[in-house]
Design a protein around this ligand. Structure first.
Ligand code: ADP
Ligand code: MG
Length: 226
């Protein structure tokens, strides 16, 4: 089954002379459990595409369906719930809340949903992420690699069907990059999670089942690994 269905997606920022067409009639589908890398030069629309799939921002036209449901038929309130429960977002610069510790950052989407934290899952995640013993450290007491692990923990706490990562290794050295990708890859394989990663990193693209290349807001090529 295709968990993601993107049809004729267009996003224009601004209007008149200064309008920028960041996405220009993009259509694609992604199968459940697929690992897709999105590559392309800066400004080609990669982040915009990821934001549309994740319901972070609304498109100018076109549709996105996740698990068959039209994402943008939802109200803003429903969209916020969709982002917390159904997708996991990971960014280049971690975006942790500076005054919250490791556990609080990881549990934030669950708590914002007013749901109880699954303590067993939390313990298992802390172990998998190598964050045991750091539960009560603040983000500024952690290395970049550790902060990205917390961000991944936060994205995965709700076990979302789709994980969207925008240059998750862009700020890390090669050792930490490999570890972070290994964590995402393992979750993708073990939980059958669909993984979409925007990347400049050739090593990351080589791990993927499929590589989509963007150019000027369009899909320039779409290649499956043999
Ligand atoms: P990429 O992630 O591939 O570098 P983006 O999706 O961020 O590209 O941007 C695509 C185009 O849209 C660029 O020309 C960028 O300047 C423009 N853009 C992105 N976000 C905004 C925004 N919030 N307001 C105005 N223009 C934007
Ligand atoms: Mg980008």
């Amino acid at each position: 089954m295709d968990i993601l269905q993107v049809e004729h997606l267009t996003k224009t920022y601004g209007s008149g002379d200064t309008a920028v067409r960041a996405l220009d009639d993009v259509s694609l589908t992604v199968g459940t459990g697929e690992f897709v890398a999105i590559i392309g030069s800066s400004g080609s629309g990669k982040s915009t595409l990821l934001h549309m799939i994740g319901g972070v921002d609304r498109p100018t036209s076109g549709t996105v369906r996740v698990s068959g449901e039209d994402v943008f038929q939802r109200s803003d309130e429903q969209l916020a719930v969709f982002r917390r429960r159904e997708v996991g977002l990971v960014y280049q610069f971690y975006n942790l809340v500076p005054v919250l510790d490791v556990v609080e950052n990881m549990c934030l989407p669950v708590l914002m949903d007013g749901r109880p934290v699954n303590e067993r899952r939390l313990r298992a995640m802390l172990r998998t992420l190598g964050l045991e013993g750091r539960e009560h450290h603040l983000p500024n007491q952690l290395s970049g690699g550790q902060q990205q692990r917390v961000a991944i923990g936060r994205a995965l706490m709700n076990a979302p069907a789709v994980v969207l990562a925008d240059e998750p290794t862009g700020n890390l050295d090669s050792r930490n990059s490999a570890d972070i990708m290994e964590l995402l890859r393992r979750s993708n394989r073990e939980l059958g999670q669909t993984l979409v990663v925007v990347t400049h990193d050739e090593d990351v693209a080589l791990m993927a089942d499929r590589v989509i290349s963007m150019e000027d807001g369009r899909v320039a090529s779409d290649t499956r690994a043999r």
